[in-house]
Design a protein around this ligand. Structure first.
Ligand code: AMP
Ligand code: MG
Length: 422
């Protein structure tokens, strides 16, 4: 476990008061480590979990050559003659049991989708291509097929003894199905990451409390809870912690004892009058950053005990943006996920945007398909860092990169789509 000073020493031009978004991710990637403990879980409970070691196929999938269509299996060598092919149908191969007969020249077998290809037959003519002459004889034009058509090969999906899923894969619905197709009932996964969250700030009201002048309801608790749940973390929800040193200290100590990561919101900006920053500095190895970004800017990062601390700003949009831009990739690494970097989508900006080089800006965007079929993005109305409705309307963040300047209408921009993250 490296100290913050050790990590900082490895980075060129590290300046906690002026960090680029890329430098933040670089720093965090060096700060966090994947969890070690693993467990075997039933496939039905594996969705969203991360595979802990390479899974090697114990079998081939499919286990036999089989038919991809309902039709008639025959020896594809017959096609070479051209013209009309006639088959004497000498039996039926059903899915689930092998057809045992032997096939002579000019003979074929009626076959169902998924049935094992009878020995010596390598091609299937779909039922709808054929004409039945009588019960026992079908014909079809040779030029509708090539040898091997409509036959699935043994092991064409997965081969016995070969890696089927690599460690670090996040199990989506397809991967869960793939594990099941191997006949495996359980999957080795990393244990769930435990993440504690609390909101700070004396002006923050919990639900159920009566409104009072100058106070706002705690929305960050709910956005962060949702973001963590979507990631598949175990959330330790600690609500609002009042701005009293003893309460803050107890909360940080409890969170550090229980969780792999602690996320807080509020109290980390330069002008803060409350005790949050002081308590972080007292209890842990913590850096207070100013990030060249909008929205966001202040963020505290470090460790309290062996827990990683992400002290996010208080503004509701800034919380979500800093979570998506920095915390999410770091948590994915802690979860054991390999190469989590999410690709940007490239879309044409429907409008001009003012942008100063030297900081990364995250505008809330709505991506749609333009009249010409190309992707187009426009911003949601008010881009204020407290305007949570902008996050509700958006389906992605337009990322205007550090060095980028003004954007003209029609320019292509990068969009981080919310997809399953939000
Ligand atoms: P701070 O980072 O503490 O200066 O807070 C910035 C702004 O975000 C202030 O307007 C706070 O009232 C607001 N804020 C802080 N925490 C929360 C929260 N948990 N829910 C909603 N708004 C918040
Ligand atoms: Mg505050």
């Amino acid at each position: 476990m490296k100290s913050l000073a050790e990590i900082a020493a490895q980075l060129q031009g590290y300046d906690p008061k002026a960090l680029s978004a890329d430098a933040v991710n670089d720093f965090l990637a060096r700060l966090v480590e994947p969890v070690r403990e693993t467990e075997d879980v039933p496939v039905m409970e594996a969705l969203g979990r991360v595979v802990a070691r390479d899974i090697v196929s114990p079998i081939s999938v499919p286990p036999h050559d089989n038919s991809a269509m309902d039709g008639f299996a025959f020896d594809g060598a017959l096609l070479a003659a051209g013209g009309t092919i006639a088959l004497d149908v000498i039996g039926t191969a059903f899915a689930g049991k092998a057809w045992q007969g032997t096939v002579g020249p000019g003979q074929g077998v009626k076959i169902m989708t998924g049935a094992i290809m009878p020995a010596g037959l390598d091609t299937v003519v779909p039922q709808e291509f054929t004409q039945a002459q009588d019960d026992k004889r079908v014909t079809f034009p040779a030029d509708t097929l090539r040898r091997g058509d409509n036959r699935r090969l043994k092991g064409e999906d997965l081969q016995e003894g070969k890696p089927a899923l690599a460690a670090g894969t996040r199990l989506g619905p397809a991967a869960c199905g793939l594990v099941a197709s191997l006949g495996l009932a359980r999957v080795p996964v990393f244990r769930k990451l435990r993440v504690a969250y609390f909101s700070t700030g004396d002006e923050i009201l919990s639900l159920g409390e009566a409104p009072r002048e100058g106070a706002v309801y705690d929305s960050n608790r709910y956005t962060v809870h949702g973001l963590l749940t979507r990631l598949g973390c175990e959330v330790i929800d600690m609500g609002v912690v009042r701005d009293e040193p003893a309460l803050l200290e107890a909360a940080f100590r409890e969170a550090a004892a229980k969780a792999d990561a602690i996320i807080t919101s509020g109290g980390v900006s330069v002008g803060e009058a409350d005790y949050t920053k002081a308590m972080m500095a007292k209890l842990g190895d913590v850096a207070f950053w100013r990030i060249a970004m909008r929205p966001g800017r202040p963020m505290a990062v470090g460790r309290i005990g062996s827990s990683v601390l992400f002290g996010l700003p208080g503004n509701p949009v800034a919380v979500m943006v800093t979570f998506l831009a920095f915390v999410r990739p770091a948590l994915l690494k802690m979860m054991g996920a390999a190469a989590p970097a999410q690709p940007y989508l490239r879309a044409r900006s429907a409008e001009a945007m003012r942008k100063k080089p030297g900081r990364t800006e995250y505008q809330r965007g709505i991506v749609s398909t333009g009249k010409d079929g190309q992707l187009e993005v426009r911003t949601t109305g008010n881009q204020g860092s407290g305007v949570l409705s902008s996050m509700v309307q958006a389906n992605g963040l337009i990322v205007l990169h550090h060095a980028q300047g003004n954007v003209a209408a029609g320019d292509a921009v990068d969009v981080l789509v919310f997809d399953g993250a939000i």
